[in-house]
Design a protein around this ligand. Sequence first.
Ligand SMILES: Nc1nc2c(ncn2[C@@H]2O[C@H](COP(=O)(O)OP(=O)(O)O)[C@@H](O)[C@H]2O)c(=O)[nH]1
Ligand SMILES: [Mg+2]
Length: 257
Amino acid sequence: MDKEKLDELKIQLQQLLNEAQEFVQQIPPAQLCTAVGVVLFTVFLFTVMYYLLKHRSANTILLTGLSGSGKTVLFYQLRDGSCHQGSVTSTKPNEGRFLLHSEANKLQKGKMKHVHVVDVPGHSRLLAKLDEFLSRAAGIVFVVDSVEFLPHLRIASEYLYDILTNASVVKRKTPLLLLCNKIDRVTAHSMDFIRRQLEKEMTVLSSADTSDEHTLGVVGEAFAFSQCHNKVTTAEASGLTGDIYHLEQFISECVKP
Ligand SMILES: Nc1nc2c(ncn2[C@@H]2O[C@H](COP(=O)(O)OP(=O)(O)O)[C@@H](O)[C@H]2O)c(=O)[nH]1
Ligand SMILES: [Mg+2]
């Protein structure tokens, strides 16, 4: 650009600035103050909302799994330290923000963490809802009924497969805990058995899957949870007897104070 053009541009800019100044001076001061106030308030409101949403997702733990696996009982154990037998329903998502019951009596208040736990009931029909929760979960707990495990192996594997190949889970590397529940029952399968069976079933699913943009495992190899990009761990629990130590450990690791 030559000097002449640059000077011309400078003059035009100066003119524009002068016009803007004149325009502002014409506005009554009261109106100007109101307009500035509205802009500042809107910016403030959006900033607060942004931080609230960010904080919420940093603390959101998703309890999921087939219906009947014991999610609702676990939800109440985490919140109250009791299982609310009899008042348990699986028709709507249970959601709550609370201090883990095990931490509620601790004295170091500064170190205590509020968690936002969502118990998403059932499966497939709620997939759209699940997607929304998956995109903002800090950790996912996939609850399995260790007693009635084999009859539901295929459907549980499909559900878990959908979660592990979910775009935001893969992208955000959301940690997942495979929680084998109801270990108070003598007929409960061991956690190693459950993990191996799921891995076998998911090997079949991933070799048949050509549609998903995210596939699981290594092509040509048997699937193992250790191949996932996100951390997948396995633990046992009994919501009924309150044996939820490993679940609480997992939540504490996922949630930031
Ligand atoms: N024995 C035993 N039963 C459990 C346990 N957790 C849940 N249940 C029972 O399993 C059934 C389903 O539990 P629920 O929490 O409603 O499952 P959800 O559908 O996953 O929310 C209820 O009858 C519970 O009493 C457990 O740890 N041990
Ligand atoms: Mg339920």
